[in-house]
Design a protein around this ligand. Sequence first.
Ligand code: ADP
Length: 651
Amino acid sequence: MAERLFDKILVANRGEIACRVIASARAMGISTVAVCSDADRQARHVAMADEVVCLGGAAPSESYLRIDRIVAAAQATGAQAVHPGYGFLSENPDFVEALDAAGITFIGPSAQAIRAMGLKGAAKALMEEAGVPVVPGYHGDNQDPSHLAAEAGRIGYPVLLKAVAGGGGKGMRRVDRPEDFTSALAAAQAEAQGAFGNPAMLVEKLIRDPRHVEVQVFGDGIRAVHLYERDCSLQRRHQKVIEEAPAPDIPPETRAAMTKAACRAAEAIGYRGAGTVEFIADGSDGLRPDGFWFMEMNTRLQVEHPVTEAVTGLDLVEWQIRLAAGEGLPLQQDQIGLSGHAVEARLYAEDAAAGFLPATGRLERLSFPEGLRVDTGVREGDEISPHYDPMIAKLIAHGPTREIAFQRLLSGLRQVELADCTTNLGFLQALLADPQVRAGQLDTGLIERGAAQLCAPAGVSGADLAWAALIALGLAGPPAARRGFSLWSPLRHQVRLRAGDDEVLASVEIPAPECHVVALGEARHTLSWAGAWQIAGHYAPAWHLSGDRITLFDGAPRLVEILRPGAEAAEGPGGEIILAPMPGLLRRLSAAAGDRVAAGQPLAILEAMKMEHALSAPRDGVIAEILLPEGSQVEAGAALIRLESEEEATA
Ligand code: ADP
């Protein structure tokens, strides 16, 4: 008889993984408690849960890492179990013990299993004993630099230094020559000390043409089953970017050897719950049954688990919850099938061209296409804050073959509309279109070698600039909508645009309402209306305007900036005239005739393309005259306000 499932669980995490866990719990009829930091009070995971407990400050150390507050939250809400997601407290044995002491179930392995796999060195020793192949190297306790150097010599260069407490690629250094060993060791130790408070290192042989292949396992405390492997070789700075299941071109005998080794690893520590056994494989000659070695075991759900769900048709969070509730493994090994191919891309707020520097910003526009699985923790309007991981979403495609899955994901990524935040969307598209990636010729260095091309910002075409000119001038809407007010009369409009380092003056002529001709230097682009604007037979791309930044979608996002002279002021005989910089609605006037105003003071709000633009005083002065009433629909260049100097006013 299976034990009774939980009525209520608390999800001790945030972002997409909290949302994803809540979804599975809800599907099982279990109610959910979210926790949040002050910065996350409006977050999607909070909105999705049945209850919420706020933990405190924005910093993880004051919120998502506070064991005491999370345990108290579970007690206060009557949650019988806690799901940790990944990251934060998911691999913290003290957390598990604190929950145990409070009589609350941890949805994950025992504290003991987490400890056994927590330090890479000890885990390798344990696996070696269990007969699991491990990367040749030194993982003992002697941390004397000369001893480690001697071990490196014995292993043979090049070697890899790894923090025993490591994770996320931190505290790792490749060393090619003995003379570089001492300085590399010092640098890796310092990084490990900073990141994990533990400078201990292990030394490993550096595997050539390395592929990262990992096996998803589930244990019931005695036996373990596997849910096949994932290939996560596409990495930047030792962090996964694209993951797929199954591994491309894995021979059946290699899969058999690898999945068997993974189950043996889990069984060796009496593992209960979901885990991932990570192997590094020598890919120089295909994936061979004797060419893979244990790296580490992650005792939690992985970011990339959706690809496994796609090819097995199973819900891994449901399995975790059922095992934690005391049920046995939901399926036997021979009942777990593999169907088709799945691939996941991690969409991050980051600047690929600037070395993948994390970015922040508000997601003013966020829309994902149909047909892909999208795991996300944010909605349109949400902020990517500097406090947490900058992942925006994971996009997952499944198909009968690898080629179809990749093509689906690529085509889906091309339809993502996201602004106004720098992301790796263009980089992901370039990566998924890369011929080597498509051929399945993967290794962990592929991205670094191709970085110059893969990370280059997408080029802005002449057609893009022509379309951007129309957007900038407020002419991108349907011509019929503008019929009421004669926007095409001045028949020539001009705007300066910048794309990358290039600046251009665009002139738009409107020979007829349904035809706009944009001149960019010598080049002329004609846009014609046929239910939507078209350029040379192609529909104009979807777009978003944020202040003076235009993002063009459909493919890799392209950014065009509008160079406005600000609220243009024309010197006239009777003082200075404030002109409308673009067509729009004169939403508000915040000054009246006779008012004294200071330079920079807002005088009016012009609403254009759903954005409000403040028009401010170009200098100190007195309002001589308001030329148009509030609520007027105005053209670009329309005279709005006349400003005089103090002397003129008193003259
Ligand atoms: P972390 O826990 O910091 O993520 P891992 O041990 O999982 O570190 O290794 C991260 C990545 O570093 C691997 O996916 C692989 O790309 C690379 N790597 C690790 N060990 C080796 C090795 N011995 N040879 C070559 N590359 C390695």
